[in-house]
Design a protein around this ligand. Structure first.
Ligand code: PBG
Length: 306
């Protein structure tokens, strides 16, 4: 039976507002391009129920594995993930069928004022070692507090006065309709985003050529090249989403520009390098840059924990 005979395509998604919103956007884009109806199937993942800090459980696919299990069992046709939550290694039997056009990849400060105007010793929440390291590099006086929970929960801690500010992904805030909370959007020169931040990933079973072609209609090759370069840096450095690794790639006039940094968690030292090349060589660009970072001591910096 071909895909067209099966009724609506079943899209597996996490149940959070952010996940549901981004999945519905993908569903609408697919229906517009292909005429296929798409229905959302909510799936609870380990990352949604575990209380552990992401820095401890992250990088191992806690937001992803349950969705992949549903794909392999044939219970859903494809899954939509935040690309930043995908482990860098490939998964048996699973294909990355599309990366739709990327949303804003930058991080945002949510609070009463810009970072420079926060009082000395202000309490700023984030669970990400990458954000911790870069925040401390800019403002060593801050009290950086480890938090987790969905974006709404984190914003509530600011509203309740428990924290002075939190750092969140601009893309996620836009998806949950909370750009009103943003006081400052960090330029990548100040804070390099996580590899793949702001991008989505559509996965399906590798043996479903029909689906891969159908999902490919929403793929954006520029996004694919950028996130390939970024994720290759992370893969070579063997870090997950919990590693203090920031990257940013952009394509300008058919040239791919990539910047990557590894930062000590105390903000004391950072190694930051850039390279450019052809978008078709995205993987090599990422690999070469990662090896240059390692040659300058990146692995030693990543190993330093406080
Ligand atoms: N790990 C949680 C997560 N996964 C993706 C996003 C944001 C949206 C995106 O990057 O696409 C977030 C929240 C955050 O970092 O603020």
């Amino acid at each position: 039976m071909s895909t067209a005979d099966r009724g609506p395509l079943r899209l597996g998604t996490r149940r959070s507002l952010m996940a549901m919103t981004q999945s519905q956007q993908v569903a609408d884009a697919l229906t517009e391009r292909t005429g296929h109806a798409v229905e959302l199937v909510g799936v609870t993942t380990e990352g949604d129920v575990s209380k552990a800090l992401l820095a401890q459980i992250g990088g191992t696919g806690v937001f992803v594995n349950a969705l992949r299990d549903r794909l392999l069992a044939g219970e859903v046709d494809f899954a939509v993930h935040s690309l930043k939550d995908l482990p860098t290694g490939s998964a048996d039997g699973i294909a990355l069928a599309a990366t739709p056009p990327r949303d804003d990849p930058r991080d945002a400060l949510c609070g009463p004022c810009k970072l420079a105007d926060l009082p000395r010793g202000a309490r700023v929440g984030t669970g990400s070692p990458r954000r911790v390291a870069q925040l401390r590099a800019m403002r060593p006086d801050l009290d950086v507090v480890a938090i987790r929970g969905n974006a709404d929960t984190r914003l509530r801690k600011v509203a309740d006065g428990e924290l002075d500010a939190v750092v969140l992904a601009h893309a996620g805030l836009r998806r949950i309709g909370r750009l009103d909370a943003v006081a400052e959007v960090f330029d990548p020169d100040q804070m390099l985003p996580a590899p793949g931040q702001g991008s989505l990933a559509l996965e399906c079973r590798a043996d479903r050529a029909d689906l891969r072609a159908l999902l490919g209609t929403v793929d954006d090759p520029v996004t694919r090249a950028c996130v390939t370069a970024e994720r290759t840096v992370l893969a070579v450095l063997e870090g997950g989403c919990s590693a203090p690794v920031g990257t940013y790639a952009a394509e300008v006039e058919q040239e791919l520009h990539l910047t990557a940094a590894v930062a000590a968690i105390d903000g004391g030292r950072q190694i930051r390098l850039s390279a450019s090349g052809h978008p078709d060589d995205a993987e090599r660009l990422g690999r070469d840059l990662a090896h240059r970072l390692l040659a300058q001591g990146a692995d030693q910096l990543m190993g330093e924990r406080d």
